[in-house]
Design a protein around this ligand. Sequence first.
Ligand code: NAD
Length: 260
Amino acid sequence: MLKQRNAIVTGATSGIGLAIAKALADCGCNLMIGGFAPVGVPERLCADIGSQNGVKVFHSGADLSKPEEARRLVADAIAAMGTVDILVNDAGLQFVAPIVEFPEERWDHLRSVMLDAQFHLIKAVLPGMIARSWGRIVNISSVHGLVGSPHKPAYIAAKHGVVGLTKAVALEVAEHGITCNAICPGLVLTDLIRNQLPDQAKVLGCTEDEALKRVFLANTPTQRAIDPAEIGATAAFLCSDGAKSITGTTIVVDGGYTAR
Ligand code: NAD
């Protein structure tokens, strides 16, 4: 479906980004995957995804909190694959604290990885996409790009910013065969969530399974966590020709969370 297309997927060493990378590889895309991982893990991921799908897969450990490393990621992708036809901005992280105690350096760090890096990466890939009159940009926002929640000011501000950036980019490049959309997932069971469960269970005096239900799934009508592969399938659809008129919008994949 996307044979010969070349894609960058940031944050693809785990969770949602990894699932998106696998879904795009399954469609025939070559990949530059970004993200941190222990020594040896990225090489294994590249080899596995590449051999299972007959595509080329490269890895970059660029730290996206630094603009020059975001630009280097794009330059490395072009050097390795020739072009970048698809950009999936997935890299992200969470920090939870009341706003009066929220460390300023955490605010800067979350914003730089989840919003500023998306700007730098989009800016660097667009000239090539415009020259070839084809491109797909998929930005991972969150239900927290649409609604608020206490104690997550940096995350929520960055994710709302991603929705705005998505609309602005989509309008600017719509005539060039390039789409730009945001996916807003609800609760997806990844390390980002798993790492919070032991503390939540301790605070509530319950098991981690109960903490998942009480803290994270309380307002999710489907009462189940989303599989990362579901977000992978949504991203692959947005990159397909069938989605060429879908641009500047948010696709909400949240088990009904925001329908209330
Ligand atoms: P994850 O922790 O499994 O993956 C995060 C990825 O981002 C990793 O590959 C990590 O190495 C990378 N990353 C973090 N900081 C980076 C930096 N400075 N430079 C480069 N890469 C960096 O988390 P996930 O749940 O898969 O989250 C992926 C995206 O989905 C994030 O943007 C997150 O906000 C968003 N999201 C997650 C959920 C959820 O419930 N898990 C819900 C909505 C949105």
